[in-house]
Write a protein that binds this ligand. Structure first.
Ligand code: SF4
Length: 65
C-alpha cells in the first residue's frame, strides 16, 4: 500500500498526522510529511493510514495501491 500526497491541495489541517502519527507528520511550515515516501506502508499502520486518507478534508491523500 502506497499513498500519494498532493501538496498543492493540502491546507495543513494536520488531521492525517493526528489520525496516523506513524505515517504522517507536519513540518515546521505545516506541510505534511509522509514517512514512507517511495515505500509501502507497513501492515501494522495501514488501517490508520486509510482512515487518515478518508478524513483529509480536501482529499489531498490518495491510496495508490
Ligand atoms: S489532513 Fe489533508 S489537508 Fe490536512 S495536513 Fe493532512 S494532507 Fe494536508
Amino acid at each position: 500500500m502506497r499513498i500519494s500526497v498532493d501538496h498543492a491541495r493540502c491546507e495543513g489541517h494536520g488531521l492525517c498526522a493526528n489520525q496516523a502519527p506513524h505515517v504522517f507528520g507536519l513540518d515546521d511550515d505545516a506541510e505534511p510529511t509522509y514517512r514512507f515516501d517511495g515505500a509501502d506502508v507497513p501492515d501494522e499502520h495501514q488501517s490508520a493510514a486509510r482512515t487518515a486518507v478518508n478524513v483529509c478534508p480536501v482529499a489531498a491523500l490518495r491510496v495508490l495501491s
